[in-house]
Design a binder for this molecule. Sequence first.
Ligand SMILES: Cc1ncc(COP(=O)(O)O)c(C=O)c1O
Length: 338
Amino acid sequence: MTDPLARFSRFPLAHLPTPLTEMTRLRAVLAQRMNTMPPRLFIKRDDCTGLAGGGNKTRKLEFLIGDALEKGCDTIVTAGALQSNHARQTAAAAAAAGLRCVLVLFDSVPYDGLAYRRSGNLLLDRILGADIRVEPADADAGAVFRRIMAEIEAGGGKPYLVPVGGSNAVGSLGYVAAYLEIADEIGVRGFGASRIVHASSSGGTQAGLVAGRMLRGAGPSIAGINVYRADNGAMTDDIQALAAKTAALLGCSSPSHDAVVLDGAHLGARYGMPTPEMIAAVACLAREEGVLLDPVYTGKGMAGFIAQVVAGRHADVEALVFLHTGGMPGLFAYETEF
Ligand SMILES: Cc1ncc(COP(=O)(O)O)c(C=O)c1O
């Protein structure tokens, strides 16, 4: 079979395929709570993509950096919150490709704590050599980007803007590739009906997975856990629109609105703010499986995954795959929670 992604520029960054391992101890713990056996539980280790701490953005950045290089750009500009995993992986990807990197970090999460402002991803951004610009939460993002792009051009550089989370159609190709990787492995291992569950934020991961399923025509279904926006309906609409753009780029038909399943019950007060369920989920995975999650994305994602399994929401499938999208450096920023 020819690779449907071969025609897109791609700069290799990730260690692929990432492992898909079974969580037998978590399954036993949940079986006790449910008084019945849940589906088999697996974890897809995209925290092990290998680039400077790993995570889901590495897959997206293979296509985004590929595009930047093809366009002859020499400086990557992107944005995120102070503890953005996306910013850290973008800084590493730029370094690996020999490009400069400007990170615009918005001080948008009202989380108190010295470590939040110094350690975790922010410390790694510095070590990776990024040019870090911290902006207040209410800064006019458009004006900030225009200023930085103009500054780079005035210095003779050629900037390439990577959107927040790497979530445009080009970035989402990384999760089209991931969907094909997961579906192939599930096929080889002979699982029956299966589903992928993951934390969803800027939406490129979910959009790519959904578009990958359209490309394949069949395979594991996808269920996102919203860790980002209070308006779950608007976020679902935006992910569907991005999945449609990604499908158009691939030349396959557009996913329906129903293809985007997003659970809005696990966000808590707001993005980046801890919940008791997140803390319990991080501790549970660490102590039962020896797997480290993160406080902002995969901890809340796993809290949702556990709640859904215990509520019997996935009784229709044989195998459930939790997609571990990374973020472990964030634990250090939230040290006092643990
Ligand atoms: C660790 C981690 N998990 C999940 C996500 C969500 O991915 P997406 O923004 O593609 O929805 C992010 C995004 O920053 C992340 O850093």
